[in-house]
Design a protein around this ligand. Structure first.
Ligand SMILES: Cc1ncc(COP(=O)(O)O)c(C=O)c1O
Length: 383
C-alpha cells in the first residue's frame, strides 16, 4: 500500500450518493410542487405501502422524524408518568428522551460490547411492577438479540418498541426484519441514515391493526373524525416532498446495503492483514447471524474500539479522513438524567464504548482505495 496524502475520505458523501439520482429526485419533487398536495398525499401512501412490504409488517405510518416515531409509539402504548421503560444506556439521545418526555422513567441497562446492543442478560432483573415496555435499539444497523427479549416481554406482559432508526432492512433471522418483531418499530430517515430523506422524516411500523390505526390518528393530533379528538396526539406528519425523495431512494436501498456490507468485509480483511486486530483494535463482528438472514447487518456505521481514540480521530482528520464518536456520553452520565440517580461505573461496557469507539466512513460510494488509505493511516498512527 502507498500513502496518498491528497486523498480525502469524508465520513459520509451525500453528494456522491445523490448524484446519480438527482434528476429523478428533482422531478419527483417537482411533481409534488405541481400537485400542491403537500401533506399526507399519494407519495406518503406509496412510501408507507413500500416500507410495510419491505419490513414485512402490516402497517407503516409516515412520521416527522425518528424521534417523533419513538414518542408516538410510546403514546400509542398509553405510556403514563411513573411507568418504567427499559432501554440501553448507550444509544442516540431520542431513545431515552422519548420515555422521559412522557414523564415515564428510563430504566437503563448496559450493552453487549460485541454488538453495542442491549445486554439481554440484564433485562429481567430490572423489571418491576411499574415496567411497561422494553426499547431494544438496533444500533449501527444490527438487530438486538430479539428472541430472548421477546420471550422476556411475553413472560412479564411488557410491550416492545424497536428503535430501528439506524437499521431499516436489517434482518434478525430469515424474513424477520428490524421493526417487525416487537409491537411497534421506529425508523428515522435523517439524511445520514441508510435510507435518508432531504430533511427530517421517520416512520413507525406495526403488525397489530388497532395499533396501526391508533398511530395514524395520533400523528394528526388524535383527530378522528376531523376535529373530534378521543385521544391526544401531535403533529407528527411526514411531508410529501420527503416521501417523494424516499420513494425514489427506496428502490436502491438493497444495492446500497450490499455495498456497505462489502465495504465492511473489506475493512475487516484489511485491518486483519495489517495486523491491527492484534494491536488493540477491536473490529465489529456480527454475532447474532441467524440462518438465512441476508441483510443481517446493514452497517449504518462501522464502529471500531481503538486505543488513544481521541488522538486517533484528530490524526485521521489531519490526514483528510472523517470519523465520528457515537456516543461520547451514555444516558446514565447525561446531565438531564442526573435525577435518575446513576453514577459513573454503573455501566462499564457502555462507558468503554463511549470512551473508545470510533466510526469510520462506510458509505456505499466509498472506494477500495479510500478504504486502504483509512486502514493504512490507522496503521501509521498505531506504529
Ligand atoms: C438510535 C436512534 N434513535 C432515534 C433517532 C432519532 O431519529 P431522528 O433524528 O430522525 O429524530 C436516531 C437518529 O438520529 C437514532 O440513531
Amino acid at each position: 500500500m502507498t500513502t496518498n496524502t491528497t486523498m480525502k475520505v469524508p465520513l459520509l458523501d451525500l453528494k456522491a450518493h445523490h448524484a446519480p439520482l438527482m434528476g429523478e429526485i428533482l422531478e419527483a419533487i417537482k411533481g409534488v410542487a405541481e400537485s400542491n398536495a403537500f401533506i399526507l398525499g399519494p407519495q406518503t401512501k406509496q412510501l408507507e405501502a413500500s416500507v410495510a412490504a419491505y419490513s414485512n409488517t402490516r402497517h407503516a405510518i409516515g412520521l416527522s422524524s425518528g424521534s417523533d416515531a419513538l414518542l408516538a409509539a410510546l403514546m400509542a402504548l398509553d405510556l403514563k408518568p411513573g411507568d418504567e421503560v427499559i432501554t440501553p444506556t448507550y444509544s442516540f439521545f431520542a431513545t431515552a428522551g422519548a420515555v422521559a418526555r412522557l414523564g415515564a422513567k428510563p430504566v437503563l441497562a448496559d450493552i453487549d460490547l460485541s454488538t453495542f446492543n442491549i445486554d439481554v442478560k440484564q433485562i429481567e432483573k430490572l423489571i418491576t411492577k411499574k415496567t411497561r415496555a422494553i426499547i431494544p435499539v438496533h444500533l449501527y444497523g444490527q438487530c438486538a438479540d430479539m428472541k430472548p427479549i421477546l420471550a422476556i416481554a411475553a413472560k412479564h406482559g411488557l410491550k416492545v418498541v424497536e428503535d430501528a432508526a439506524q437499521s431499516i432492512g436489517a434482518e434478525y433471522s430469515d424474513g424477520k426484519r428490524a421493526g417487525s418483531m416487537g409491537d411497534i418499530g421506529c425508523f428515522s430517515f435523517f439524511p445520514s441514515k441508510n435510507l435518508g430523506c432531504w430533511g427530517d422524516g421517520g416512520m413507525v411500523v406495526a403488525q397489530n391493526d388497532a395499533l396501526g390505526e391508533k398511530l395514524e390518528v395520533l400523528r394528526s393530533h388524535g383527530s378522528k373524525p376531523k376535529y373530534h379528538h378521543k385521544i391526544i396526539g401531535g403533529n407528527f406528519r411526514l411531508d410529501e416532498i420527503q416521501s417523494a425523495v424516499l420513494n425514489v431512494k427506496l428502490k436502491h436501498l438493497d444495492s446500497w446495503t450490499a455495498k456497505r456490507q462489502a465495504n465492511a468485509k473489506l475493512y475487516t480483511k484489511l485491518f486483519r492483514s495489517a495486523g491491527l486486530d492484534k494491536k488493540g483494535v477491536t473490529l465489529p463482528e456480527p454475532v447474532y447471524a441467524a440462518s438465512g438472514a441476508k441483510h443481517f447487518h446493514i452497517y449504518n456505521q462501522y464502529v471500531l474500539l481503538v486505543p488513544r481514540r481521541d488522538e486517533m480521530k484528530a490524526f485521521l482528520a489531519e490526514k483528510g479522513i472523517g470519523s465520528e464518536i457515537y456516543y461520547p456520553v451514555p444516558f446514565h452520565m447525561q446531565e438531564c438524567f442526573r435525577y435518575l440517580g446513576y453514577r459513573q461505573g454503573d455501566f462499564p461496557l457502555a462507558e468503554k464504548a463511549a470512551s473508545t469507539s470510533l466510526a469510520l466512513p462506510i458509505y456505499p460510494e466509498l472506494t477500495q482505495e479510500q478504504q486502504a488509505y483509512v486502514v493504512e493511516t490507522i496503521a501509521a498512527f498505531l506504529k
